[in-house]
Design a protein around this ligand. Structure first.
Ligand code: ZN
Length: 136
């Protein structure tokens, strides 16, 4: 697998409302979308840095994976996402290489992307997401 580029970096925050001003006022980025992903019990806010996005993640429920992450580690970098082609096929190949998958098959993520997570136990501690933009 050769990732095309870093699609986004996911950052766990306590509150989007309190975090967005840092990205807008200090880094000078513009929040261009806020979206709830009910599936993952998160609300997301997006910024673009060139081709790569920053995805802020706020838990919408105490049993959200983001709530659990913050409880354990505090706010901060949560995952890294690579843009790939043929996601389904990539997952098969990666699994054959002994990597533990969180998602055996792609599911719908924010912005209509097809996504799948690899287990951080198999990825040197970095929760890794693969994204495919099928609308391209
Ligand atoms: Zn993500």
């Amino acid at each position: 697998m050769i990732p095309q580029f870093i699609e986004h970096i996911g950052i766990a925050v306590n509150s989007l409302e309190e975090s967005i001003p840092y990205y807008e006022n200090v880094l000078g980025l513009k929040c261009y979308a806020v979206e709830e992903v009910t599936d993952q019990k998160v609300k997301t806010a997006f910024f673009k840095v060139g081709q790569t996005k920053i995805e802020l993640l706020e838990a919408t429920s105490p049993d959200s994976p983001i709530a659990k992450f913050i409880e354990k580690k505090g706010p901060g970098v949560h995952h890294m996402a690579f843009a790939v082609e043929n996601l389904e096929q990539q997952l098969e190949t990666i699994a054959q290489k002994g990597v533990q998958l969180i998602d055996q098959t792609p599911r719908k993520g924010a912005e209509g992307l097809h996504i799948a997570f690899l287990h951080p136990k198999s990825t040197l501690g970095v929760l890794t997401e693969l994204c495919e933009n099928k609308s391209k």
